[in-house]
Write a protein that binds this ligand. Structure first.
Ligand code: COA
Length: 195
């Protein structure tokens, strides 16, 4: 029987929803990521780690997108880019990282949507499909996501998706240049039979 890892080596995901396409973007489309990051630099500053100027260059994204494919193939992450249906605009990203196998079978989720696409249910639509993929194809047991207590949009999104609050962590992540407390949430694979 194929292991998780050997199956993943064969197939890079491409997931279609009503309004989006999710995939591991190929390095030759680095310019699309640069545009998304440049246009949303101000919008995302307070929710993300501080970025150097290199982060906004094609060279960075060529290397990063290539590293994302390698990381997927080695079973460590699944960093999905959310494209419009014509596949010529990055709407956002959803990154399932730090995949742990063994007794844990878990990963961490982070996401960001372009400012002009907020408030249309697009991240919910994309994440609903991406989470199904993570549970059904990657066969993970738990997805964890943390948010800043004042990030109401993120809190609402996670709640609607079915994530449950598990606690609070002090100085959990270094966001916008400072260590910040986070609300910790998780979703358990609903497709697994109870043990
Ligand atoms: C967090 C974030 C992804 C949420 O985006 P979002 O667009 O609010 O999320 P959803 O896809 O769930 O959309 C919900 C909104 O769309 C509206 N909506 C419109 N059409 C809809 C539809 N067809 N289906 C569902 N919702 C729809 C909902 O009413 C809701 O609007 P409201 O927030 O004004 O009540 C986005 O705000 C973001 O990227 N923020 C910056 C980065 C960030 O915070 N990252 C997370 C760090 S933890």
């Amino acid at each position: 029987m194929a292991t998780h890892e050997s199956r993943l080596k064969r197939v890079l995901p491409k997931i279609h929803t009503d309004r989006t396409v999710l995939c591991l973007l190929a390095p030759e489309f680095a310019e699309l990521m640069v545009r998304f990051r440049m246009e949303n630099q101000h919008h995302l500053t307070r929710w993300e780690p501080s970025r150097s100027s290199y982060f906004f260059t094609p060279a960075f994204w060529k290397a990063q997108l290539s590293a994302n494919v390698d990381s997927f193939r080695s079973g460590q992450s699944c960093c999905l880019v959310i494209l419009n249906q014509n596949e010529n605009e990055v709407l956002g990203v959803c990154n399932f990282t730090q995949i742990a196998r063994g007794t844990m079978q878990s990963c961490h989720l982070g996401y960001a949507l372009a400012a002009i696409h907020e408030g249309q249910g697009l991240m919910r639509e994309a994440l609903t499909a991406a989470i199904d993929y993570v549970f059904l194809e990657l066969e993970l047991h738990r997805i964890m996501a943390g948010y800043l207590p004042h990030n109401k949009r993120s809190a609402g999104l996670l709640k609607r998706l079915g994530f449950e609050i598990e606690g609070q962590a002090r100085q959990y992540l270094r966001i916008d240049g400072k260590w910040q407390d986070h609300v910790l949430t998780a979703m358990i694979n609903p497709f697994e039979p109870d043990c």
